[in-house]
Design a protein around this ligand. Structure first.
Ligand code: SF4
Length: 373
């Protein structure tokens, strides 16, 4: 999401992440080898939400709003080889994540600002979703070889709950493997399909930390439908958080990017905090700005002109940011002040070094208890 959704901001020194101990317990040894979930082959097209073929545009939630731009019809899924899927992170500064796992490559949610379109990631035709061949067997072997358990993050540079996942169940089965081997999970998504797997997350929560990060960049559905045409509406994502929180899962919002001149409205940010509070969100992690570079920048500026004709947004961006990579909202300081005060008032966490220990709380003692006192 994504963390194409990981559009980290350099503008918020308050958000400096901790290099926190993952505080994970000993690797759980399954009593027996976990049953290998069957990976579906693509001899025929996987079932899509509310439809069975990729040849037509899948039913997208945003079809509820007439104002929105048309969703991008996903292309039939492709397959690519992979040697490993679960890899160690360089550090745990990003939400205390120890391992990364991306089953999919590319994303069809169509967010106009997606950082993963950048040339440095070498993902051609980013809207084309690919799966890794034999993904579940590779994940099982990767997990089995890890000396230590930890939190597995998923949702970086792809959404683990793209429309294909509803038929393929690869993310679901990967969660089952994580559960069987005693790993925690930190999921980033824009899709309400995450709720389908809440039962497995509840099972993981019995032994390891679970973090649900739902990206919402604006409280306004009609704007979200233009900016993120393939993803559920903001209100639907907020309802997802409410349902996850209702099941006792640690869920909150990735508020990033906040697009300069488009989403950086103080009243919208405060409204989002208020909605998050009502939904039971435990945290909101913001970035009041965005990244722009090479082909992602060209894509973004082209889309702005198409979506907001006559508003001269291209020239506004070029005048303000030139070739800068980090594009901080001109209102970042004001937004941060109002946002942080609102979060404090609503008791919503918003600093990384508060969020990480909060969602891992309770699990560190499991390891300590292994030693005699
Ligand atoms: S297009 Fe996909 S990967 Fe990119 S920001 Fe949107 S949901 Fe995340």
């Amino acid at each position: 999401m994504q963390e194409a959704d990981k559009q980290q901001t350099p503008t918020m020194p308050q958000n400096t992440a901790t290099q926190q101990d993952p505080a994970m317990r000993q690797k759980k040894t399954p009593q027996r080898e976990p049953a290998m979930p069957q990976q579906k082959t693509h001899q025929r097209e996987p079932a899509m939400p509310q439809q069975k073929t990729h040849q037509r545009e899948p039913a997208m939630p945003q079809q509820k709003t007439p104002q929105q731009s048309p969703a991008i019809p996903p292309k039939p899924i492709q397959h690519i080889p992979a040697k490993h899927i679960v890899t160690k992170t360089k550090d745990q500064s990003w939400f205390g994540i120890d391992y990364n796992m991306n089953i999919y490559r590319g994303c069809c949610h169509g967010c106009i600002y997606c950082d993963s379109r950048s040339a440095c990631y070498q993902i051609e035709d980013f809207d084309q979703v690919r799966t890794k061949e034999n993904a579940l067997a590779i994940i099982r072997d990767d997990l089995r070889r890890k000396a230590k358990t930890g939190v597995i993050g998923t949702g970086s540079m792809s959404d683990p709950y793209n429309p294909f996942e509803s038929g393929l169940l690869l993310t679901r089965h990967a969660l089952e493997l994580a559960d069987a081997f005693g790993f925690g999970m930190a999921i980033a998504t824009k899709s309400t399909l995450l709720e389908r797997d809440a039962d497995i997350l509840e099972s993981i929560k019995e032994h390891s930390p679970v973090l649900c990060k739902v990206t919402i960049t604006t409280p306004r559905d009609e704007l979200a439908a233009k900016l993120e045409p393939g993803a559920p509406l903001s209100s639907e994502r907020m309802e997802l958080i409410s349902r996850l929180a209702g099941r006792g899962l640690f869920a909150g919002i990735l508020l990033m990017p906040v697009l300069p001149f488009i989403e950086d409205n103080p009243s919208d940010i405060l409204k989002l905090v208020s909605m998050a509070s009502e939904a039971g969100a435990r945290f909101i992690y913001p970035a009041f700005g965005m990244t722009l570079r090479d082909r992602q920048k060209e894509w973004y500026l082209d889309r702005l002109e198409a979506i907001f004709p006559g508003q001269a947004l291209r020239s506004k961006y070029l005048k303000r940011y030139g070739n800068a990579y980090w594009c901080t909202s001109p209102r970042a300081k004001k937004l941060w002040g109002e946002f942080s005060r609102a979060c404090e008032a609503k008791k919503i966490l918003y600093r990384m070094n508060d969020i990480i220990p909060a969602y891992k709380r309770g699990y560190e003692y499991t390891q300590l208890s292994l030693f005699p006192v």
